[in-house]
Design a binder for this molecule. Structure first.
Ligand code: NAP
Length: 239
């Protein structure tokens, strides 16, 4: 049976987002590739369509409310609902750092995109998700957003002190927790998923490929009934 579900993946033109889009489309889902740049979106769509996958570009800039509302309107008009939202788009700033030294401009930029932008997309898409028979939201978080691990000297994440980035993912996790409570008893599931340590343009290095990093977000986008979780490839992550 063909999967008739429709997914929106933000920041899907490269990195983990592109591979999430590829794997969802390979599972038979129709995927809308959110991208803020038309040229980069076209390249990603051509790549996936070249594999025979059902995908479409969707102009979407997390820092531009008009583009978010236009995307929601386009999905409403064309599909009337959304089954899967993957809040994947995110940034890291080189001048981020420990609280005493981080550039405030960098911290603002990271919070604006990773948290406010993902919240704005979620708010705009929520009526469409609620119009689906059942729906899933995956917030692509990071173990760096764990308050517990940031305060645990034995954690491998302890030395990665980026007040902007880590706070943006902790805030995204708060979105997961609060939205899960708000949506309790509805057919919309929301989870925070850390992809692992993945070599992309954002990190420059990592122990996993984007294909590997996409696997857990895709799993939570497609299956499972639990909501309000924070997980990484090794299992649950402490908040
Ligand atoms: P990446 O290769 O740099 O991809 C980031 C994506 O986000 C790009 O498509 C980028 O678009 C998009 N983006 C950034 N700002 C945007 C905006 N304002 N509007 C729309 N799209 C925007 O990085 P990645 O490693 O794949 O990161 C994907 C997600 O995984 C991020 O949320 C990141 O925090 C998270 N994550 C990554 C790792 C890791 O190890 N790599 C670990 C934990 C969590 P452009 O091409 O236009 O810049």
């Amino acid at each position: 049976m063909t999967d008739k579900r429709i997914a929106l993946v933000t920041g899907a033109n490269k990195g983990i987002g592109l591979e999430i889009a590829r794997q969802l489309a390979q599972a038979g889902v129709e995927v809308l590739l959110g991208s803020r740049d038309a040229g980069r979106a076209r390249a990603a769509v051509d790549d996936l369509k070249g594999q025979g996958l059902k995908v479409r570009a969707m102009a979407l800039d997390l820092n531009d409310q008009a583009s978010i509302m236009a995307a929601a309107m386009a999905i409403k008009t064309e599909n009337g609902r959304l089954d899967i939202l993957v809040n994947n788009a995110g940034v890291f700033e080189a001048t981020d750092g420990p609280p005493s030294k981080a550039s405030l401009e960098a911290v603002r930029k990271v919070l604006e995109t990773n948290f406010i932008g993902s919240l704005a997309v979620t708010q705009a898409m929520l009526p469409l998700l609620q119009a689906a028979p059942s729906a899933r939201i995956v917030n692509v978080s990071s173990s760096l957003g764990s308050l517990t691990l940031n305060g645990d000297p034995t954690s491998s994440y302890y030395s990665a002190q980026f007040i902007g980035y880590n706070a943006s993912k902790a805030a995204l996790n708060m979105l997961t927790v609060q939205l899960n409570e708000e949506l309790r008893g509805t057919r919309v599931i929301v989870n925070s998923v850390s992809p692992g340590f993945v070599k992309t343009d954002l990190t420059g290095y990592g122990t996993m490929t984007p294909t590997e990093g996409a696997r857990l977000p895709v799993k939570y986008a497609l299956e499972g009934e639990e909501s309000g979780l924070f997980v990484e490839p090794g299992g649950p992550t402490p908040w």
